[in-house]
Design a protein around this ligand. Structure first.
Ligand code: TYD
Length: 134
């Protein structure tokens, strides 16, 4: 499975650092929605779903988090532990977020508005959707 991590350009000087993200330049799609997860309790696993058409870019803007990606054939776990790289998550990709560090903030840029109909929350249904189970 190809893991697409995007280096995000930092504008740093003696005052500190800043990252600016523009749609279709730094984020590979038009951004329709941004949300962030914070205050995630120890031991919690979030996500556990796939999307039929939504694309996302995940940026851990504070702390660290592990992201499991599963395309129905292969699984890869990616550590996000800095605010200057983004992990692209395509549609048809099962994802699980775990091991949130204390105070971690995971920001998500999404290509569509929130739509519960775009979610696949059942793993067997996901495998059927991507043609890996009949
Ligand atoms: P949920 O999908 O359970 O988060 P995750 O699966 O990533 O752990 O979302 C938690 C709640 O927030 C759920 O009631 C739906 C709501 N929600 C929105 O209203 N808008 C959004 O953009 C998202 C991502 C969630």
């Amino acid at each position: 499975m190809e893991i697409k991590k995007y280096p995000l350009q930092q504008h740093g000087d003696s005052r500190g650092h800043l990252v600016a993200l523009e749609e279709k330049t730094d984020v590979p799609f038009e951004i329709k929605r941004v949300y962030y997860m914070f205050d995630t309790k120890s031991g919690i696993v979030r996500g556990m779903h796939a999307h039929k058409s939504l694309e996302q870019l995940l940026v851990c803007v504070h702390g660290s988090v592990k992201i499991l990606l599963d395309d129905g054939t292969e699984k890869e776990t990616v550590l996000l532990d800095n605010p200057y790289e983004g992990l692209y998550v395509s549609n048809n990709m099962w994802r699980e977020m775990s091991e949130f560090s204390e105070g971690a903030v995971l920001m998500v840029f999404a290509s569509k508005y929130y739509d519960e109909d775009d979610y696949i929350r059942d793993y067997d249904e996901f495998l059927r959707f991507v043609g890996k189970k009949f």
